[in-house]
Design a protein around this ligand. Structure first.
Ligand SMILES: Cc1cc2nc3c(=O)[nH]c(=O)nc-3n(C[C@H](O)[C@H](O)[C@H](O)COP(=O)(O)OP(=O)(O)OC[C@H]3O[C@@H](n4cnc5c(N)ncnc54)[C@H](O)[C@@H]3O)c2cc1C
Length: 340
């Protein structure tokens, strides 16, 4: 069924005959159980790269050795973020890009129970951390929080950030199968990361750039942080992400929310600024969206996609309908989010 696409709702005033036609189409689709917006989204399920199953459970963690603990933010900067490399030589731990690793901090809770596992996105490609025989890296931010009485340190992040070369780290997993790269290379990738949420995208990009045949579709990484210095893997201390040459099909876009107080740019703002680049990708209907990082960051991205669908169909996407559409994108493997 053909849908007439209007550039904006404002044109309803200018083309009332088209509005009638759209409403008629929408009614027909509604009666046939199909949403007007659904036809603007890709429905074909993506075949993903296979993710290995969980090999190590919390009851039987795997003891590994730390090879490196490198600070990714300056010593005198308030945020302490680390690149921690863990040795996997002589270990049967295998993982795919987009999976997380569990870490069990030693010690017990005040009521004597073992600390629960904390998850960390794997920052290395499935083939292993470059420069090491067989290793995997995590990107960890030291969590500190204040209660009314005292300053407290997050259990696992502080354990990890304080590790030294040669120390033992008990790991579990790998976890998760829903944040996997598409198996074919025709799917446009829209990647959104904030803070340590950049970790899985480092692993994605390293995979894509190590392939003998270059990735065939567009890849756009939208990356948000407060300042240039906490642009993890893209600052003076470590520029792993910037090592990949950019071209028309592969681009990194950065949003800095505190660098210039007069111009705070968040990932959602950047999307609007790059609308002309992104909308043709949504129009082509063979995309996958990946979101990782701060809880709440997904809202701006959802608003952008909802707005696009509303403008294209000439009909506002209501909350309930959006929830259904997002669910169908998730089921098709075209919307993956890990926010924490
Ligand atoms: C899929 C996934 C992937 C992740 N990937 C990463 C990653 O790549 N890098 C990364 O750094 N993190 C990542 N995380 C977050 C990580 O798992 C941990 O949640 C984080 O490191 C904090 O753990 P912690 O043990 O240091 O803090 P915890 O000790 O668990 O404390 C965390 C928070 O709990 C609250 N809290 C706990 N106890 C108290 C108390 N007594 N009083 C008041 N408040 C309290 C505070 O708000 C505190 O900030 C990921 C999470 C998920 C789910």
């Amino acid at each position: 069924m053909r849908i007439h696409r209007l550039p904006s709702r404002q044109t309803d005033r200018d083309y009332p005959h088209l509005r009638k036609k759209i409403d008629r189409n929408a009614k027909m689709m509604h009666s046939s159980g199909m949403s007007a917006h659904a036809t603007l989204l890709p429905t074909e399920k993506i075949q993903a790269i296979e993710s290995p199953p969980m090999l190590y459970k919390p009851a039987t963690p795997l003891a590994c050795t730390v090879l490196r603990n490198e600070r990714l933010t300056p010593e005198d900067y308030s945020e302490d973020v680390r690149h921690i490399v863990i040795d996997l030589r002589d270990r049967d731990y295998v993982y795919a890009e987009g999976q997380s690793m569990g870490v069990m901090a030693p010690g017990t809770t005040p009521d004597g129970k073992a600390h629960r596992v904390r998850l960390y996105s794997i920052a290395s490609p499935g083939a292993g951390e470059p420069g090491y025989e067989r290793a995997v890296a995590l990107c960890v931010k030291r969590v500190v929080y204040e209660t009314e009485e005292q300053r407290m340190e997050g259990i696992c992040s502080n354990f990890l950030c304080d590790l030294r070369e040669g120390d033992t780290v008990p790991i579990t997993g790998p976890n998760g199968k829903n944040f996997a790269l598409p198996a074919d290379d025709e799917t446009d990738l829209l990647l959104f990361g904030t803070g340590t949420g950049i970790a899985p995208f480092r692993s994605f990009l390293m995979n894509l750039h190590s392939r003998p045949k270059p990735y065939g579709a567009n890849v756009h990484l939208f990356f948000g942080s407060r300042l240039k210095i906490d642009h993890i893997y893209a600052n003076d201390l470590n520029d792993d992400l910037l090592k990949h040459s950019q071209n028309e099909r592969f681009q990194i876009h950065s949003a800095l929310s505190r660098e210039n107080p007069a111009q705070k740019v968040y990932v959602a703002d950047l999307l609007k600024m790059k609308q002309e680049l992104i909308e043709p990708i949504l129009d082509r209907k063979n995309f996958a969206i990946y979101i990782c990082g701060l809880k709440g960051m997904e809202k701006g991205i959802e608003a952008f996609v909802r707005d696009y669908l509303s403008r294209k169909s000439g009909k506002t996407v209501e909350d309930g309908e959006w929830a259904e559409l997002k669910e169908s994108l998730k089921k098709a493997g075209r919307w993956a989010q890990e926010v924490y």
